[in-house]
Design a protein around this ligand. Structure first.
Ligand SMILES: Nc1nc2c(c(=O)[nH]1)N[C@H]1C(S)=C(S)[C@@H](COP(=O)(O)OP(=O)(O)OC[C@H]3O[C@@H](n4cnc5c(=O)[nH]c(N)nc54)[C@H](O)[C@@H]3O)O[C@H]1N2
Ligand SMILES: Nc1nc2c(c(=O)[nH]1)N[C@H]1C(S)=C(S)[C@@H](COP(=O)(O)OP(=O)(O)OC[C@H]3O[C@@H](n4cnc5c(=O)[nH]c(N)nc54)[C@H](O)[C@@H]3O)O[C@H]1N2
Ligand code: SF4
Ligand SMILES: [Mo]
Length: 789
């Protein structure tokens, strides 16, 4: 039995653990005393490890590269040489014909880590010559990054996770830590036990609301009106920190010109809250000695996300609850390494270390370091991930390199995303599992998983920590960074690194804020929190910066906090007679984003499975004749799906809630693709929908089971193509396999041991016709529906 230290690959809490390995399988994990988790782990941390063993519960892992020689042709297993040469020649042709702007890439905020993302963005900029690189922060906290960079100079959390336990008042807006970051939620519970005030603003009664001192059940989509009204009250009741405003902020008069119209009495109807409740919440926050505002997707996944983030920053600035110990801003980043993706410049306007692409001095520095001409590095901001649909529709984007994301599951309006991916000349997908997006790819590149490689992750609170390999690569999997370096070399820009530490040291040399974060400092349970400058490198007592903006000095160009205000406006698609309910899409504790990982973990898959729930208030359920646990239709202007009803008095009337990891009950079939004009973040929290009872429950149950079986079989069959011989290339690969300890046919030993399918003949092709035009038969026509409705 061996133990290897790792950082949890799920949320951004950055929990440290040991992976316990026996006979080539991870058999359990143990919590370690990391800086954020102090020995504790949540459900996913404890039971979310066995996907690595290729359990094949949901989808198989990828072991061999595959290509589709032409559109419509089947995936075919090839050698790495052939896969990367094919990719090189296709990318070259597209760039020759349409220029580098026709290629879009997205980084991975999950298991791969900072080094792989750094190498991918270097490939994008130094080799391809474009800034078209982004990551899933776009669909997530992009509004926080943009709004905060403008108002206070840094888009990250200004406080550390442990600070939440020490502050006197926590104001949560649109953030559900009990489901999203359980280890952060524990800190909040402990703060409460210490006597801190907890104020929760969320339209439904989340766990934190149940223990809150004040709960504000605001109307969905009314954040900006509420935050403006809180700020109005602070000024109106003379609760502001005027010294702080005078010394450390700019723009008060223009800001107040807008906010003065937001008396609680005037927004009561918009927010659905009594004015006195708003006033009381403002008083509690403003008069606390120290205070932190925490927010999440309830703020950012709205068309006014950036404006609301600015309003939140203003609330902290006018009360002086920032720039002093135990006070500040906590946009708690979602994925284990989404802060890291942003740190590494997986952002169309930023190089690694938050250095702007339009700054000629920065460009000169990177050009010199990377050995390319300055002209080769574009000063223009690149495309955003959410530009993909219209970029493909109008022919500007021709190729998409998808690294560790599953947009077909996680982007809004699946039907539109399906058209987008099918409309590309070239789709490259580099993943650890056969996902829905990967099944559509022209090039499939298999990468090593978390637990099979070394990397640095950045937790939500800017802490760099190291995670290490517990197992060797499976099959022909290569490390993500090796794949990018090899491809870049073939494309004419040679890159070669010995290991991740060499890459990391290059990052440190180019990013002053990260320079002190040596591998040595991060050894064992060590960490380094940026900004961590060069002098920290040799000082064992210097772990960087726990709280930003000490003394009220901000990292904006003039060092001031900028007060910016905007008027509230309603969401894009308001409910009407045909679609009378608000569809709000959220998270549940046991599954994670596209669920390629949690869906392949035995305990987590057993806990919750298809089609997932639509949570609805008792009144809205009664009005539709819907009982608890019944299967129901949920439909919007974009699609129609089946889900199970959870009738729940914690849900507000007029809104329903779904989680976004299910294939059958896929809420992104229904969500609208409307985005915040500044951040490009989709309005995942607000679409109009309707819910309808299904009279034939038995038929619906049969339909859903068949659909689930078919979808699983389809992805399994696509993955099984990697087990077909690959001609000459196959013989070469077979040799490698023997070395990697695999058996005949390419099925992993680990997969068998974990009860996976047998090696040998590939499965029969799935019943779905070729590549399905949509994963949801309900959208293919009325036939299926009629069989049981
Ligand atoms: N188990 C699990 N954990 C995860 C993830 C996962 O998939 N599964 N994903 C990770 C990721 S990527 C992220 S970004 C984080 C996200 O973590 P959170 O930010 O907590 O995400 P959500 O649950 O989507 O939304 C938060 C809350 O916003 C509320 N809300 C909806 N509309 C409004 C509104 O108009 N106003 C206000 N004030 N609130 C509103 C919802 O009711 C919900 O409780 O979680 C991370 N952690
Ligand atoms: N309706 C709705 N949609 C949403 C949201 C919502 O609230 N509502 N939330 C949005 C948010 S906040 C986010 S962040 C996105 C997340 O959207 P995605 O980023 O698409 O979701 P993940 O499941 O995190 O995708 C990670 C992918 O990376 C793969 N992977 C994991 N580790 C590695 C590795 O080491 N190497 C490689 N190459 N691949 C790896 C996994 O198998 C998986 O396919 O979803 C968004 N979608
Ligand atoms: S809180 Fe987040 S990082 Fe910690 S164990 Fe749970 S999922 Fe992993
Ligand atoms: Mo996210």
């Amino acid at each position: 039995m061996e133990k290897h230290m790792a950082v949890c690959p799920y949320c951004g809490a950055g929990c440290k653990m040991n992976l316990v390995v026996e006979n080539g399988l991870v058999i359990e994990v143990e919590g370690l005393d990391g800086v954020t988790n102090e020995g504790e782990l949540c459900l996913k941390g404890l039971y979310g490890y066995d996907f690595i063993n290729d359990t094949k519960i949901l989808t198989p892992r990828l072991y061999h590269p595959m290509i589709r020689r032409e559109k419509g042709a089947p995936l075919e297993r090839v050698s790495w040489d052939e896969a990367l040469d094919f990719t090189t020649s296709r990318l070259r042709t597209i760039i020759e014909e349409h220029g580098p702007q026709a290629v879009m890439l997205t980084g991975s905020s999950r298991g791969a880590g900072n080094e792989a993302n750094y190498v991918m963005q270097k490939f994008t900029r130094a080799c391809l010559g474009t800034n078209n690189i982004d990551n899933c922060a776009r669909t997530c906290h992009a509004a926080s990054v943009i709004g905060l960079m403008e108002c206070v100079g840094s888009g990250a959390m200004s406080v550390s996770i442990p600070v939440l336990e020490r502050t006197d008042c926590i104001l949560l807006i649109g953030y559900n830590p009990a489901a999203s970051h359980p280890i952060v939620a524990r800190r909040i519970v402990r703060a409460k036990e210490r006597g801190a005030q907890l104020i929760v603003c969320d339209p439904r009664v989340i766990e934190s609301a149940r223990i809150a001192d004040m709960y504000l059940p605001l109307e969905n989509g009314s954040n900006l009106a509420l935050v403006n009204a809180l700020a109005y009250t602070v000024i109106d009741e003379d609760l502001a920190d005027w010294d702080f405003i005078d010394e450390h902020t700019e723009g008060f008069d223009d800001w107040w010109a807008v906010v003065q119209n937001y008396a609680p009495e005037d927004v009561a109807a918009t927010c659905g809250l009594p004015p006195e409740v708003i006033r009381q919440a403002a008083r509690r926050y403003a008069t606390a000695k120290t205070a932190v505002i925490g927010w999440g997707m309830g703020v950012t996944q709205q068309v006014q996300g950036v404006q609301t983030v600015r309003a939140i920053a203003a609330l902290a600035l006018i009360t002086g609850h920032i720039g002093k110990p135990n006070s500040g801003l906590a946009p708690v980043r979602g994925q284990n390494n989404v802060q890291g993706s942003c740190d590494m410049g997986m952002w169309p306007s930023l190089y690694p270390g938050y250095q702007r692409v339009d700054d000629p001095a920065v460009r000169a520095k990177f050009a010199a370091a990377w050995g390319v001409s300055e002209e080769h590095l574009s000063l223009e901001e690149g495309w955003k991930l959410t530009d993909l649909p219209h970029g493909v529709a109008d022919g500007t984007i021709r190729a998409f390199y998808n690294f560790g994301e599953d947009p077909l599951q996680t982007e809004p309006d699946t039907a539109q995303m399906q058209r987008t991916l099918e409309g590309l000349d070239l789709l490259i997908s580099q993943d650890i599992f056969m996902t829905q997006t990967t099944a559509l790819a022209d090039v499939v590149l298999p990468a090593t998983s978390w637990g099979e490689h070394d990397a640095v992750f950045t937790a939500s609170d800017r802490s760099f920590q190291r995670t290490t390999a517990a197992l060797p690569p499976k099959g022909e999997c290569r490390h993500d960074w090796e794949i990018f370096a090899d491809l870049s070399t073939r494309m004419g820009y040679p890159m070669a690194y010995r290991d991740t530490e060499e890459i990391w040291n290059e990052v440190r040399s180019l990013c002053p804020q990260f320079a002190g974060a040596t591998y040595e400092k991060m050894a064992g349970l060590g960490y380094a929190q940026w900004p961590v400058f060069a002098e920290a490198a040799d000082d064992p007592n210097n772990n960087g910066t726990s709280e930003l903006f000490e003394g009220g000095t901000f990292t904006t160009p003039d060092g001031k906090g900028h007060l910016c205000a905007a008027e509230w406006r309603p969401p894009t698609e308001e409910p009407d007679d045909a679609y009378p309910l608000v569809l709000c899409t959220v998270r549940e504790v046991g599954h994670y984003s596209c669920r390629s990982m949690t869906g392949n973990c035995k305990a987590l898959a057993a806990l919750a499975d298809e089609p997932g729930y639509v949570s609805i208030s008792p009144q809205d359920a009664d009005a539709r004749g819907i009982d608890e646990e019944q299967l129901v239709w949920v439909y919007s202007r974009r699609g129609k799906i089946i889900a199970r009803a959870a009738v729940d008095e914690r849900i507000n009337d007029g809104a329903v809630y779904m989680t976004y990891q299910w294939w059958v009950g896929k809420c992104n079939e229904l969500t609208i693709h409307a985005t915040d004009s500044e951040s490009g973040t989709p309005e995942d929290k607000y679409s109009a929908c309707q819910v309808e009872a299904i009279p034939d429950q038995a038929g619906a149950e049969q339909h859903l089971q068949k659909m689930y079986r078919d979808l699983k079989a389809h992805l399994a069959a696509e993955a099984d193509r990697q087990n077909l011989p690959a001609g000459d290339a196959g013989a070469e690969a077979a040799g490698d396999e023997a070395a990697a300890g695999e058996i005949d046919g390419g099925e992993a030993v680990a997969g068998e041991a974990a009860g996976g399918s047998q090696a040998g003949a590939p499965r029969a092709s799935a019943p779905l016709p070729g590549r399905p035009s949509t994963l949801n038969p309900a959208l293919l026509g009325g036939d299926d529906e009629e069989t049981f409705v």
